[in-house]
Design a protein around this ligand. Structure first.
Ligand code: PLP
Length: 422
């Protein structure tokens, strides 16, 4: 062996163990430094999140205590009446709020789109109903998801099932959508013949598993009071029970699924119903309050909006907060005013009570006009934040895409940007 070779071997045997020690130590230190930098920025973000005064643009402020209480009340209701609880997650669209519901023991959910179903499946939910008439253009995505979770879809017509029965290669549950009076979609409950045809068409394909009849009494939102909501509920229930009795022999496991927040909140006789799917109850809003479904104190969200102009002569304030933040939904209050939201003062622990003559009287794309008393207008400066209780919290949440929790941080939402202060 030459001296050169001996030297190379020596270098090799000496450097190898040194590298074995140094390289992982270096890697560990690098990972630790990256973690520390990440934590530093996270802490900064958290500190920033907690300061409401940093809000620059319309931002939802959520009262978590109220949300938790609303959830608790609906979970109790489902338990009391022995109902399957499958809340609609289109209202909050948030994995974190979903977890608050999961903590009560719920393990089934409803969503309104395939994208939303995928989002919640990625966040641990494995029993999902897409309660929207099947969009056959998304069938491939639906089948892919059905491989991972228990998935139910909604069939509202013979044409859809004709298409589907030849194409579906994946086990999937389906509900037949029944129209009991809302007239948005579905087969009229009295049209037994069409329902039978759908079932006959589906039968040869063993992947298509019939789960039952699903209805949404959305016309309960046209009711003026509790009594009218209950009339709509009782009528819908009666139609569905007749249907159930007709098909139960052939399909002994079929269930009846209903679910609008007004009916589920107010009704106290669910006999014949097996499953409820309310969604809005987590937040409630002015629409529910106006019908008599909830108390003002049960509304869990307000939108903080900057005051941008004042017109004391017209008795108006202008806020940054328009149709792109609230939608253009409105209600009529008991004085006959067209109301797009109710203005309230923001406080350290939430917001003040509503006042009769202070409300959002008009919305354009980004502008919101607040009708207010002279003293109210005078008490606010341009740049102050005003709270607005939304008419429809589902649409408001969907438009704003993030929540700011009182005394807490930001709550992520599907597709949200999580940047309330920039
Ligand atoms: C099919 C279906 N189920 C359940 C719900 C939940 O109803 P709510 O928003 O009144 O809670 C909706 C809402 O639109 C719906 O469309």
């Amino acid at each position: 062996m030459s001296t050169n070779n001996i030297q190379s071997y020596l270098i090799y045997f000496l450097t190898c163990p040194t590298l074995v020690i140094i390289v992982p130590t270096f890697e560990k230190m690098l990972t630790l430094s990256i973690k520390l930098v990440y934590l530093y920025f996270k802490t900064l973000e958290l500190i920033q999140k907690m300061d409401i005064n940093k809000i620059q643009a319309p931002t939802i402020i959520l009262n978590k205590k109220v949300v938790i209480e609303n959830i608790r009340a609906m979970v109790e209701k489902a338990k009391k009446h022995n109902l399957i609880f499958r809340p609609h997650f289109k209202t909050h669209q948030s994995a974190e709020i979903g977890n608050w519901i999961k903590n009560t023991g719920a393990n089934k959910i409803t969503v309104s789109s395939v994208g939303m179903a995928n989002y919640f499946a990625e966040n641990g939910w494995d029993d999902i109903t897409i309660a929207f008439p099947l969009n056959i253009r998304e069938l491939k995505k639906i089948e892919k998801l059905a491989k991972q979770v228990h998935l139910n879809i909604l069939i509202g017509s013979l044409e859809t099932i004709r298409y589907l029965h030849k194409k579906v290669n994946q086990k999937i549950g389906f509900f037949i959508k029944i129209d009991t009076g809302y007239h948005r979609s579905g087969i009229p409950a009295s049209d037994i013949e069409s329902i039978q045809q759908i079932l006959n068409q589906a039968k040869p394909n063993k992947n298509l598993q019939f789960k039952g009849f699903l209805s949404h009494f959305g016309h309960s939102y046209y009711a003026d009071n509790k009594r009218d909501v209950l009339i709509i509920f009782e009528d819908g229930k009666k139609q569905l029970v007749i249907l159930k009795n007709h098909f139960i022999k052939e399909y002994p496991d079929l269930i009846i699924s209903v679910g609008d927040t007004p009916s589920c909140t107010l009704a106290d006789n669910f006999s014949g119903i097996d499953e409820i799917r309310p969604g809005n109850f987590v937040f409630f809003d002015l629409m529910q309050y106006n019908i008599g479904v909830c108390k003002a104190s049960e509304i869990a969200m307000v939108v903080a909006c900057p005051v941008v102009d004042k017109s004391p002569k017209r008795g108006e304030l202008l806020i940054y907060g328009g149709a792109v933040h609230f939608s253009k939904e409105y209600i009529f209050d008991k004085h006959g005013n067209k109301v797009f939201g109710k203005a309230v003062r923001l406080t350290e622990n939430g917001w003040s009570e509503t006042e009769n003559n202070i409300y959002v009287s008009g919305l354009s794309q980004e502008h919101g006009i607040i009708k207010a008393t002279g003293s109210f207008i005078e008490s606010l400066k341009i740049g102050d934040l005003l709270g607005v209780l939304p008419v429809h919290s589902c649409l408001t949440a969907n438009l704003l895409k993030e929540y700011y929790e009182i005394g807490g941080g930001c709550i992520k939402m599907w597709g949200g940007k999580l940047k309330p202060f920039s």
